[in-house]
Design a binder for this molecule. Structure first.
Ligand SMILES: NC(=O)c1ccc[n+]([C@@H]2O[C@H](COP(=O)([O-])OP(=O)(O)OC[C@H]3O[C@@H](n4cnc5c(N)ncnc54)[C@H](OP(=O)(O)O)[C@@H]3O)[C@@H](O)[C@H]2O)c1
Length: 160
């Protein structure tokens, strides 16, 4: 069965991006992201794909990019046009990670099973925010702690 987990790094104000990039450099967070998502399909918006620059496609993962543009394609990317397409395409694994950005988190929020948040303690300026998720997720457990952030895992009780 398809399991959908969103993974995101955000500040207390839910800031996630600035100028189509991350507002911070947190190597420990990038390592945790790699550990967690390796071997699984990752779904991202076309803008996040663009933001990866020379690092795309992310290795050892099926890179799935969502775009409204029916003609869009890029090397190393499997393209979809709606969340529904995930149900019919061939997936590397049934545990799929939604990796952003804001538009794509909003799109999948109502159907997520799990949410993994790197909660960055320091405030950062930015232009992109994670949606308010209080309607879907409330309780979390802290699964890892670092100097600049902690990793919070939320589970959607209704979907357990
Ligand atoms: N902190 C974090 O963990 C994290 C994670 C990921 C990204 N980010 C940041 O987030 C920012 C980018 O986020 P964003 O919200 O601007 O862009 P995004 O969600 O990455 O991508 C938006 C694009 O996705 C496609 N799209 C959106 N809704 C769709 C729908 N309903 N159906 C089909 N396609 C759809 C469209 O592509 P087309 O225009 O091609 O149609 C749209 O332009 C960057 O700053 C990035 O660094 C942060």
């Amino acid at each position: 069965m398809l399991k959908l987990t969103a993974i995101v790094a955000m500040t207390p104000e839910r800031i996630i991006g600035k100028d189509n990039d991350l507002p911070w450099r947190l190597p420990e967070d990038l390592k945790m992201f790699k550990r967690t998502t390796s071997g699984h399909p990752i779904v991202m918006g076309r803008k996040t794909w663009d933001s990866l620059g020379k690092y795309k496609p992310l290795p050892n993962r099926q890179n799935i990019v969502i775009s409204r543009d029916e003609t869009w394609q890029d090397e190393g990317a499997d393209v979809i046009h709606s969340p529904e397409d995930l149900k019919t395409m061939t997936l590397q694994d049934e545990h799929v990670f939604i990796i952003g950005g804001a538009q794509i988190y909003s799109l999948f929020l109502p159907v997520l099973d799990e949410l993994i948040v790197s909660y960055v303690y320091e405030k950062h300026d930015g232009d992109t925010k994670f949606p308010d998720f209080s309607e879907y997720f409330t309780d979390y457990e802290v699964i890892e702690k670092f100097e600049e952030f902690e990793v919070r895992k939320y589970t959607n009780e209704l979907r357990k």
